[in-house]
Design a protein around this ligand. Structure first.
Ligand SMILES: [Zn+2]
Length: 270
């Protein structure tokens, strides 16, 4: 299974998407960048140089370990160019008003309806986890706002805005070669909420986070009763914190990605 790092590098519009991902090389370069944000590193020996074969297999120059960036993804073993998959994923994630196989077939010019249908099934399966176990370990929780008038009230309770609650697992992993620690993002839960009351937060947290987990939030008072005795609560000051070391970096990254996706969908007029 190929593991990728979440990135904010996401096109803002269809025009930008088409400009960036019009050829196979650009798509593989993008996958490589999110797989290895600091440049290629061999999983086996830690070497930093590789060959790229004609069928897009990365081969370590030292130990010749091979890796395919599409292995373990829905793109694995596909006969169609990767650009088709990128376009299908863009369309699937940014189109607001429903999706069907006929649309996908037309969009990509696929000869077979069955191919379009099976691609759509694969895309849909990616968005559903059968084992929806609760999040656990160190979990960041926050709320953010979507839409509404720009001139409206700022901050919590802003009128006309949709409130979204977000929870993510974040943990430190260790590079087996350098032994350096780095932050990884785990599972994510998002939910639209009516308000930011203690009741709404408690319902969201109880439903999505395992009792006994460490829950990192900002200092909003509603979190205190919501988390009561069942969680190890770490309230942090979010104002000046930036970067992966920040207590709420993960939820802020997810909020920013969701907003980008919505802006991209709006720019397409869907
Ligand atoms: Zn190697």
């Amino acid at each position: 299974m190929t593991n990728f790092t979440l990135t904010e590098d996401f096109p803002n519009s269809e025009i930008e998407f088409d400009r960036r991902f019009s050829n196979t090389e650009a798509c593989y370069e993008y996958l490589a960048r999110i797989k290895w944000p600091d440049g290629y590193t061999c999983e086996k020996c830690g070497h930093n140089a590789c060959w790229l074969s004609s069928n897009n297999i990365y081969i370590c120059k030292r130990c010749e370990h091979q890796i395919s960036l599409t292995a373990g993804t829905i793109m694995h073993g596909t006969k169609k160019p990767i650009t088709y998959w990128f376009k299908a994923m863009w369309w699937f994630t940014t189109r607001k008003s429903g999706v069907n196989a006929v649309n996908l077939q037309e969009l990509l010019g696929l000869g077979s309806y069955h191919t379009a249908w099976s691609w759509l099934q694969k895309l849909r399966r990616c968005t559903v986890r059968k084992d929806r176990e609760k999040l656990s370990g160190r979990v960041e929780v926050d709320e953010f706002f979507i839409g509404g008038k720009k001139s409206g009230k700022r901050g919590r309770g802003a009128e006309g805005k949709t409130i979204v609650l977000v929870a993510i697992e974040r943990y430190t992993a260790q590079d087996p070669e350098t032994l350096n620690s780095y932050w990884q993002i785990g599972r994510v839960r998002l939910q639209v909420a009516l308000d930011c009351s203690a009741y709404s937060l408690e319902t969201f947290i109880n439903h999505n986070i395992e009792t006994g987990s460490m829950v990192v939030t900002d200092k909003l008072n509603s979190y205190r009763p919501a988390l009561n005795q069942k969680y190890h609560h770490i309230p942090v000051e979010p104002a000046h914190q930036k970067g992966p070391e920040s207590g709420l970096y993960g939820v802020h990254l997810i909020a920013s990605l969701v907003k980008r996706l919505i802006r991209a969908a709006l720019s397409r007029g869907v």
